[in-house]
Structure formats: structure tokens, C-alpha cells
Design a protein around this ligand. Structure first.
Ligand code: AMP
Length: 293
């Protein structure tokens, strides 16, 4: 089969079928890209943006980007670090959060990685694991396992493991406890260095990244509208960690002003509680679809 890829287009590789696939497709659609995607597809042309999308195994994405087979990839940072390929980490995408952790059997009594010195450690991330222990001068025997790493201590294969953890339920199910973090990961955009140095491709890449930023920034904020007693307006404006100053509009009642602003999600509840103590009323909160600051 010949891939009908367009030389004027940039190429993006995403995971074909796995944990990141749905969120990645959703992100691409949310930024307004129109493309076909169903399970058997190997690639799609975007109908309204100069980009082709390739669907590949996520372990191959860093390699494809490094080799210039594609210009961009969306992949878990854990795989980029493990691949040790020379690619540019361009932008975190705020989904697919997990961390690579060192874990040991709960009953082992091991609390520090130094206690694993001379022991076997099983992992699907041998390069990252070897580097982690070497940098800390802890001499371990790294055993590479391709799946179900968490059962290896119970099987007597290893004294500890290095594995991806998101909720920690898999560790608990296997009576393991995490004792250290090797790296924090999430889905990221990676780029080929030659593509980023090519002005035609770099301009298209920047257009795509601007759209991603709009969606990611929006997900970090809520839009808040409320009525505030005019006497409290000055103080209320100072506690609203919005973008610039809030929009203030008169209402039919001179005693009250309408205030609109965007508030960061992580500060949201604290600010709302304080606003209420200052007499704010009719507080309406809504999600923001896209936001450019
Ligand atoms: P998978 O489809 O299972 O190969 O996972 C794809 C990617 O999802 C991984 O490479 C990680 O970046 C990310 N991920 C997020 N949470 C987890 C988790 N609990 N276990 C494995 N991968 C995870």
C-alpha cells in the first residue's frame, strides 16, 4: 500500500490503539481538525489543516520523530525518556498523567532505594531504570520484563520493580508500596529537530501549537460572573487572580456591579469562598472551551 502523504503537509504520529488514543483524538478534534479515524486506518489527511496523521504503536513514536519519518509525535513522556532518542520535547498536554515509580513488597520492610543494592529490579523501562540507580550509585541488577511487571516480586523474579503508576490501585492489588519516583509523565508533543528548523514546517507547527495552547489554557480556568456590592468592588478586584483586571459592568442597581473574569481552577474554591464572605451574589461559573492569553 502507498501512503498518500502530502509533502507540503507536516506529519504527526499518534498512538494507534491504547490509553492515550481517545484523549489525543479528542484534542485534535477540539482544536478544529477534521479527519477520518477508525481502527483499521494507518493514516488520515486533515481536510482543513496542512497535516497528515499517522497511527502507530506508541513505542515507535520517538524513533519515527527522531528519524524524520514524521515531524511531530504525541506520546507519553515516559516512552520518550526511555527511547533516549534526540527529539525536542515541545509541550505538555495535561492528560495521560502517571509516574514511573520504584515499588517493593509491602512486607519487605524496604523503605529506601539504597536497600535494593545487590538486588534484582524488574521493569519494562530498563534504560530509565538503569540510569536512575546508576546516578544514585545504587548497584542493582535490572531485569527487563515486557508486561505484568507488578507480579514479579511475588514470583520471586525480583525484589523490587520500576513501573508506571497512575492511581496506585495496581500496586495495592499486588501488595506493593512505592518508595521513590523515577519520573513524572504525561502526554507531550515531541518534534523532529530538522522540522523545527525548517521555516515552512515550523510555521505550520506553531499554528498547531497555538491551538493546543488555547485548549490547554482553557482547561485550567473557569469563567466566573457575579454581582458584587459596589462598596466591595476594589477589594474583590484584588483577590481575583484573573488574567488582567476583571471586566466590571454597571447593573440597574447602583449598589451592585456585575463582575466577569477567568479564575484558575486550582485557586477557584478559595476565591469563591472569599467572594461570598464579601457579599458576592448570583455567582455563575462556566467552562471555557478555548482561551488565548
Ligand atoms: P498503553 O496504551 O497502556 O500502552 O499506555 C500508553 C501510555 O499511557 C503510557 O506510555 C503512559 O504514558 C500513559 N499512562 C497513563 N497512566 C498509565 C498507567 N497507569 N499505566 C500505564 N500507562 C499509563
Amino acid at each position: 500500500m502507498t501512503l498518500r502523504l502530502n509533502d507540503d503537509h507536516i506529519k504527526l504520529a499518534i498512538q494507534k490503539d491504547g490509553r492515550l488514543t481517545e484523549d489525543t483524538r479528542n484534542l485534535l478534534r477540539t482544536v478544529g481538525l477534521h479527519f477520518e479515524s477508525y481502527k483499521q486506518r494507518l493514516f488520515s489527511n486533515c481536510r482543513n489543516f496542512p497535516m497528515d496523521i499517522l497511527y502507530v504503536r506508541d513505542d515507535d513514536i520517538a524513533e519515527y520523530v527522531a528519524e524524520g519519518v514524521v515531524d511531530l509525535g504525541i506520546v507519553g513522556r515516559n516512552l520518550v525518556v526511555e527511547s533516549e532518542k534526540p527529539v525536542e520535547e515541545i509541550m505538555p498536554l495535561n492528560y495521560g498523567h502517571c509516574s514511573l515509580k520504584v515499588a517493593v513488597p509491602a512486607e519487605s520492610g524496604i523503605e529506601r532505594i539504597e536497600q535494593l543494592s545487590g538486588c534484582k529490579v524488574a521493569t519494562s523501562y530498563p534504560a530509565t531504570t538503569t540510569r536512575f540507580f546508576a546516578e544514585r550509585n545504587v548497584d542493582v541488577n535490572v531485569i527487563t520484563i515486557s508486561g505484568s511487571v507488578e507480579i514479579t516480586p511475588a514470583l520471586g523474579v525480583a525484589s523490587g520493580i520500576v513501573d508506571l503508576v497512575s492511581t496506585g490501585s495496581s500496586l495495592r492489588l499486588n501488595d506493593l508500596v512505592a518508595i521513590d519516583t523515577v519520573l513524572a509523565s504525561q502526554s507531550i508533543v515531541i518534534g523532529n529537530r530538522d522540522a523545527l528548523a525548517n521555516s515552512h514546517k515550523a510555521a505550520i507547527i506553531e499554528r498547531l501549537l497555538t491551538r493546543f495552547r488555547g485548549v490547554i489554557t482553557a482547561s485550567e480556568y473557569k469563567y466566573v460572573m457575579m454581582n458584587v456590592p459596589t462598596s466591595e468592588l476594589e477589594y474583590v478586584s484584588t483577590i481575583m487572580p484573573g488574567l488582567k483586571s476583571p471586566t466590571v459592568l454597571p447593573t440597574a442597581d447602583v449598589e451592585w456591579m456585575a463582575v466577569h473574569t477567568a479564575i484558575r481552577e486550582d485557586m477557584f474554591w478559595d476565591v469563591i469562598e472569599e467572594l461570598k464572605t464579601r457579599g458576592a451574589q448570583g455567582i455563575l461559573v462556566s467552562s471555557i472551551e478555548k482561551m488565548f492569553v
